[in-house]
Design a protein around this ligand. Structure first.
Ligand SMILES: NC(=O)c1ccc[n+]([C@@H]2O[C@H](COP(=O)([O-])OP(=O)(O)OC[C@H]3O[C@@H](n4cnc5c(N)ncnc54)[C@H](OP(=O)(O)O)[C@@H]3O)[C@@H](O)[C@H]2O)c1
Length: 395
């Protein structure tokens, strides 16, 4: 009993010393106990709704498996611009209610999904694999307060050491789009169950964030990739390694897409509808048309939670019933909805691909932290050729 008490006191004492040392080493280095600069919205709307708050609260670590990161760079994704306008507000609020405190449920809302930065504090459940001072990259689900701010808290499963061959700006440009491409192909497309080697895949929107990652991943996994993009992006998409690049503005594009098929997987990352998938998917071998722009959140925004979810089921079933070939449960093609599904496994594989140079980010333009509204406007205007990144260290 005496030994137990003594050991307990020693462990408590050493934990106390560790926390004290961490506090002292961080003291003065940054104001992590207090306030930070963050771009926030207080109502849904346009770019004007974004305002720079000089005294936003630094998010506290509330879970043992969380880390607090001082952000050095972050990208702007189409979802940031969409969320600014209220996209997904109903369903995301439900998700936030289950994970966050009441003051974090809706406003002020900080946007921003992927980041590069330095760990400044960590929960007691975070192992020694990640230490205070480590340079990391990470990603935040839309339920979490975002990272267009000086600090953000992330679950440790969404964070890993930054690949050393990438700059902070490059690293910030990867994870949200790459994890979406990975989960759409590996989970929704079931490439985690079967080899991608030799599979024929059409990537629509090869010039965007998700499409450019998907092309590089598929090539690294041994697939044959046909990609579509606008005229001025053909050379860029070609350098990503696609076996065939088709300019969708070419009057001959549809014929060429069909000629290059048929496809085991069509990944639609262009944010537009596609009416060709019926004719271009293989009729057997469980071929899949995966769109990353599903109506899930919009249906709930429009019809409320209960009716919206019913509408989602109807939309999903009817898009599959519209396929006139063999039913999917008999080995025929299916229509699926792909999503950003963060996981430690996805980030680990993406880290390996990036470290070996097989998945490289393409940064189209970098903005200063103070220019964030212009960066949102750039993404809102569309036609991206790679990623738009915010350099948080440059005010
Ligand atoms: N479900 C999810 O969890 C999830 C996650 C991430 C992204 N998304 C969605 O997925 C889509 C792609 O995201 P992203 O980050 O890659 O967006 P992005 O960077 O804006 O890329 C979209 C690309 O598609 C191109 N494009 C537009 N129309 C096209 C067409 N008809 N054929 C081929 N390419 C076309 C655009 O260039 P041009 O206009 O010049 O052709 C642009 O380069 C967005 O709608 C986004 O909201 C969904």
């Amino acid at each position: 009993m005496i030994n137990f008490t003594r050991n307990y006191l020693l462990v408590s004492q050493s934990k106390y010393c560790e926390s004290l040392a961490r506090f002292i080493s961080n003291y003065g280095k940054n104001d992590i106990q207090g306030r930070m600069r963050a771009w926030q919205i207080h109502a849904y709307g346009g770019i004007d709704c974004l305002s720079l708050n000089d005294s936003a609260r630094v998010p506290p670590i509330k879970h043992p498996d969380d880390v607090l990161v001082e952000i050095s760079a972050s990208s702007v994704n189409p979802i940031d611009v969409a969320m600014m306008g209220g996209y997904g507000a109903r369903l995301l609020s439900v998700g936030r209610r289950t994970t966050l405190s009441p003051d974090q449920i809706e406003f002020p809302l900080t946007l921003g999904r992927d980041f590069c930065g330095e760990i400044v504090e960590k929960g007691h459940g975070v192992t020694e694999n990640l230490k205070v001072g480590d340079k990391v990259w990470g990603v935040l689900s839309p339920f979490h307060p975002g990272c267009h701010a000086q600090y953000a808290v992330a679950p440790v499963s969404n964070v890993s050491l930054k690949p050393s061959n990438l700059t902070d700006i490059e690293a910030a440009a990867v994870l949200y789009a790459a994890v979406t491409a990975w989960s759409s192909l590996k989970i929704t497309g079931e490439l985690c169950l079967q080899s991608a080697n030799g599979k024929r895949v059409l990537v629509m929107g090869g010039s965007g964030g998700v499409g450019s990652c998907a092309i590089q991943m598929l090539k690294a996994w041994g697939a044959q990739v046909v990609a579509t993009c606008n005229t001025d992006a053909v050379t860029f998409v070609d350098t990503l390694g696609a076996d065939c690049v088709i300019d969708y503005t070419d009057p001959d594009a549809e014929r060429r897409i069909m000629e290059e098929g048929k496809y085991d997987i069509i990944l639609n990352a262009a944010g537009v509808s596609n009416t060709l998938y019926e004719e271009t998917l293989k009729s057997k071998g469980c071929a899949k048309y995966i769109t990353v722009t599903s109506p899930l959140l919009r249906n709930v925004d429009r019809h409320g939670l209960a009716l919206g979810m019913i509408k989602n089921v109807i939309d999903f079933v009817s898009s599959n019933l519209s396929l006139r070939s063999t039913p999917f449960f008999l080995g025929g093609p299916s229509v699926r909805w792909g999503y950003f599904i963060p996981s430690a496994k996805a980030i680990e594989e993406i880290s390996e691909l990036s470290s070996s140079g097989k998945l490289m980010p393409s940064v189209e333009r970098t903005y200063k932290f103070s220019e964030l509204q212009a960066a949102y406007q750039k993404v809102l205007d569309g036609h991206s050729r790679g990623k738009t990144v915010i350099d948080m260290k440059s005010m």
